[in-house]
Design a protein around this ligand. Structure first.
Ligand code: SF4
Ligand code: SF4
Length: 722
């Protein structure tokens, strides 16, 4: 991993009475160390990548505390890790991105929850829901309900988050049940402070090992016939124990006055946004001094029927603020009140939307409706909402020209871009093809200018998703998968399945060396290095072991070669799976790696050469086929300097990292010869200067002019400034 978390790691060392300042997700990490965990693990994914990234780089702290760390190959492996707490009194925590990660982990979660645990277990799920989300929109709540896993949704306030992490282990142990904590994007990134405690070493750990394994106990297995007993145990013993603990420890919070005609029940994670709108209505302030009775559910499963009934008793109505569908809490509260024969009206999805993120405006509108219905003056909340509407209307009606659409795209110089350029060129030659796409940076090729992809079915599942297509189409389908997806489950789910079933298709694996889309974490095939956990596993050997015989390795930046290999894979008479390993290091990680080294070398007076590309505006015809074939954000346009030509010319801006794709594309697609490579040399040697002098001389001999040639930054010619 190339990103350094040195500063964050220091805050994990704080002790009794120190003050921690920072982000919510880092507070969770510190709280884990304060809770005496014996093992941690997980699979990267926003918004909880940070948790694992920081832990991976804190190996000295973890080793001092005897904590076992596992960077798991997928979420199922992470969930399975928690098996350590089924038989042993070990506290453990794993993390992943939800809902997708929880889907992958579901099998292990069911088998973990059935026998239950004796050591406290916590699953921190990054609830990637709402406007900033990158995955399908579903709730993790469903998994907690179906498997009997307790679900925490802490109020986004650092002391509260830390308390809930610490209490989660106690709750888990008190009720022998795994606990899940959902952290929304905003909760992960909320800033604040809390008073820290010393880190705690677990009684049993990598330093203090068990002398013997646990005795055989069939009742601890998720296997019939004990699964029937375990089902009963979940509801008859563990659930009451959990409710007792939640009530005794006051994990849910009553805020505001004790009595009132109306009240609000909210998921803890939504409290801050709700409080801001209540403040607009004059019913709270920035410190959460509420004027309306509010029950903050820091635990959203299980609910405490007595607590709900006590809260609702004597109130005309309660508003339930619950994000997403279905409305699990609202349905449960309805049943609880009905059974208690309370006539308190329940509002929720009748005033707030059933689907979509509860943004400030959405919550404000629902709250205003509720307050008005029960004759409470919404105060300035009404004006605030009007201002939102007015601003929106003004924006929609503005006369300024619409901004050009800017679809998300690969980073400048990304090694995956040339593969899609080559696929586009092959498609022009041989006609359209079915392209099965996967999760990862390469999914950006579904946007213009590539617009490729027929399905995205799950991480590492693209080859399996093409299986039925390969049997029902004349033209063999193409599948794209990243090295992350390959190791996550693509090798087994896709490759083994395809070989076994003798599918005739083409798989392109983007071998960029990292799990790039989630923040450049190391993978099993990442190169081993001091700072990372890559082991350099060989994808080619793994494929051959699976029985794949047609394997080609390509350098992504050699577009002409790439086109040949893709064409060959498409047209060869050889049946079966054909795999292309597309090699090219993630440019973002590469830049992070080489930039500091280059700066150091320049400062030390060493010769350093950087490469950039440049478009000769006199030659550029202005047809922009290079842009349509590459899509590099550095490749843009500028006004034509020739007054007799009106089409803007192509232009390479200052962000160019010199990957060479544009030159390669021009060559492979036989475009114009406008592209030139420029080597920018810092601390040139005498030989460099002599070569430059010779070059100038030759140009002059052939009648050319050299006065405009760059010595450093000839921006007049479009060469990027340094
Ligand atoms: S993070 Fe790396 S692989 Fe992903 S788009 Fe950027 S350069 Fe490409
Ligand atoms: S060389 Fe071309 S494709 Fe590569 S970063 Fe520069 S402008 Fe973009």
């Amino acid at each position: 991993m190339e990103v350094s978390f040195h500063k964050e790691i220091q805050s994990l060392k704080l002790g009794d009475g120190d003050i921690f300042h920072g982000e919510g997700i880092l507070a969770v990490t510190k709280a884990l160390l304060q809770s005496g965990v014996a093992y941690v693990g997980g699979y990267q994914g926003a918004p909880v990548s940070h948790l694992l990234d920081v832990l991976v780089q804190s190996e000295d702290i973890l080793s001092e505390l005897g904590i076992h760390l596992e960077t798991c190959t997928n979420e199922a492996a992470a969930a399975a890790m928690l098996a350590a707490s089924v038989q042993y009194p070990l506290r453990g925590c794993v993390t992943w991105k939800s809902i997708v990660g929880t889907n992958v982990a579901a099998d292990a979660l069911s088998n973990l929850a059935s026998p239950g645990v004796i050591g406290g277990t916590l699953i921190v799920v990054g609830e990637d829901y709402g406007e900033g989300a990158s995955v399908i929109q579903e709730r993790s709540h469903a998994f907690a309900l179906k498997s009997s896993i307790w679900l925490l949704d802490p109020r986004p306030d650092l002391p509260q988050i830390v308390k809930m992490v610490e209490k989660s282990f106690e709750l888990s142990e008190a009720s022998n049940t795994p606990v899940m904590m959902e952290l929304r994007i905003r909760a992960c990134h909320v800033f604040g402070s809390f008073e820290t405690k010393d880190n705690v070493a677990a009684p049993k750990s990598t330093r203090e090992k068990f002398a013997e394994p646990a005795p055989f106990d069939y009742a601890r297995l998720a296997h019939p016939p004990v699964t029937f007993l375990q089902e009963g145990d979940k509801v008859n013993r563990r659930l009451p124990l959990a409710r007792e603990f939640i009530a005794r420890e006051g994990l849910n919070e009553f805020m505001g006055p004790e009595a009132g005609e109306i009240g609000i029940i909210t998921q803890g994670g939504l409290f801050n946004g709700l409080n801001d709108r209540l403040a607009d209505a004059g019913l709270s302030d920035a410190y959460g001094d509420l004027k309306i009775p509010t029950l903050v559910l820091n635990v959203t499963h299980p609910l405490l029927p007595d607590q709900i009934v006590d809260f609702a008793r004597g109130k005309k109505a309660v508003l339930i603020v619950e994000e997403g569908a279905p409305e699990y809490i609202e349905l449960a509260v309805g049943k609880i009140l009905r059974q208690a024969d309370l006539q308190t009206a329940i509002h929720g999805k009748d005033m707030l939307p059933m689907a979509g993120e509860y943004t400030a405006a959405v919550v404000g509108r629902g709250l205003a409706t509720f307050l008005s219905r029960y004759n409470v003056d919404p105060g300035e909340l009404g004006q605030w909402l009007e201002a939102v509407d007015t601003n929106r209307a003004a924006l929609n009606a503005r006369e300024a020209p619409a901004l050009p659409p800017r679809p998300p795209t690969f980073c400048t110089g990304c090694p995956e871009r040339p593969v899609f350029t080559a696929m586009k060129l092959v498609k022009e030659e041989t006609g359209p093809m079915h392209v099965s796409v996967d999760i990862g940076c390469h999914a950006l090729a579904t946007f213009p200018p590539f617009s490729q992809g027929h399905s995205i079915i799950g991480y590492g599942l693209s080859l399996a998703a093409a299986s039925a297509v390969s049997g029902t189409q004349v033209k063999r389908p193409f599948t794209v998968m990243g090295d992350g997806g390959f190791w996550h489950n693509g090798l087994l789910t896709g490759v083994a399945g395809s070989v076994f079933n003798q599918d005739d298709s083409v798989l392109v694996v983007m071998n960029n060396g990292y799990s790039s889309a989630t923040g450049a974490q190391d993978l099993p095939s990442s190169k081993p290095k001091d700072s990372g956990r890559g082991r350099g596993l060989d994808m080619e050997k793994a494929l051959r072991a699976m029985g794949v015989t047609w394997i080609k390795r390509v350098d992504n930046y050699r577009v002409a070669n790439l086109v040949n290999v893709l064409r060959d894979a498409r047209l060869t008479k050889e049946k079966g799976l054909k795999v292309i390993l597309a090699d090219g290091e993630c440019q973002l990680a590469r830049q992070r790696r080489i930039k500091p080294a280059m700066a150091k070398a320049v400062a030390a007076g060493e010769r350093v050469m950087r490469t950039r590309f440049w478009v000769d505006e006199d030659t550029c015809t202005g047809d922009h086929s290079c842009i349509r074939l590459s899509g590099c954000p550095s490749l843009t346009i500028k006004p034509n300097p020739d007054p007799l030509r009106t089409d803007p010319v192509a232009h390479v801006n200052n962000d160019c990292v010199g990957c060479g794709l544009c030159g390669e594309v021009s060559h492979a697609a036989q475009l114009c010869p406008s592209f030139a490579r420029i080597d920018i040399i810092q601390n040139p040697t005498a030989w460099d200067r002599a070569r430059r002098g010779l070059s100038d001389l030759l140009i002059k001999l052939f009648g050319g002019e050299t006065q405009d040639r760059p010595t450093r930054t000839p921006t007049a010619q479009g060469v990027p400034a340094e």
